[in-house]
Design a protein around this ligand. Sequence first.
Ligand SMILES: CC(C)(COP(=O)(O)OP(=O)(O)OC[C@H]1O[C@@H](n2cnc3c(N)ncnc32)[C@H](O)[C@@H]1OP(=O)(O)O)[C@@H](O)C(=O)NCCC(=O)NCCS
Length: 260
Amino acid sequence: MERISTGTILQQTKEGPVEKNYVMAYLTMVHIDQVLALQQEVYDSMDDRQKFVPDPREFFEEVALKDGKGRMIGVFVEGDMIAARSISFPGLSYENLGWELHLDDEDLKRVCHLEASMVRTDFRGNHLQGVMLKPTMEYLQQAGYCMVLCTISPFNYPSLKNVMDAGLVIRDVKVRGGAYGGKLRFLLALNLCRPVHPTYADLCTVQNTDVTVQKSLLSLGYAGYALQKLPGKRKFFAIQYGKPYPELAGQVAVDPLSKS
Ligand SMILES: CC(C)(COP(=O)(O)OP(=O)(O)OC[C@H]1O[C@@H](n2cnc3c(N)ncnc32)[C@H](O)[C@@H]1OP(=O)(O)O)[C@@H](O)C(=O)NCCC(=O)NCCS
């Protein structure tokens, strides 16, 4: 097992939080049964199954754990896998979300999809999804991938928060077919190769459930770049939208995916 890092995290127990040592490592095919068991446990524990579509065994065999097709990171406590994250490299296949953003062939080849992440319920609250994203992004940069794309439910605050903290911004929202089975999903994107990070103008705040307004803003070139919790509410939260501008130049609006 190729180790990435070690550290301590809190496990929620009946007696209160307990500190545990963890090991984060790249996964291989030998871990497939542990991944599937974790995925089942996470899925069974969900309050709202709209938020998460479990992947079939073939996805892990043929994509996530297959060299050149994908990669997986896992987090282990006392030998048990308590969290995992998968990514994939769709290349020029029709599944590449970059087609929707009109990327050219060269950029499509350098797309990475953030696929599933899952954390066992007793280890939530440690931002482990974000912790696993850090080495993921470092690996992608080293391996020459530029465009990081993913889809997330507009109702999944923790997942949106973790990937938006890593720099991904909301670029689209729509009902998706295929494996998503007609579920509403945001499309989020980050160009890791873009040297200047955008700042945002013409700011406005929209509730996550207000899909019509978000669709209009996105069609006008806005991007959703930050979240705010709403006091006393858990299902609803606010999303900050704005028009992306280059950090230093000022006047010309740029697309957050552009190369300069
Ligand atoms: C999404 C998931 C991986 C995140 O786990 P995690 O990294 O432990 O995230 P945390 O529990 O630390 O929460 C991150 C943030 O969400 C908030 N949060 C957590 N659960 C929440 C809930 N049910 N409702 C609202 N906010 C919630 C936390 O307060 C934290 O907010 P902050 O950053 O503003 O302080 C985990 O919730 C999970 O496995 N969910 C089921 C599978 C899934 O939906 N995967 C993502 C789609 S593939």
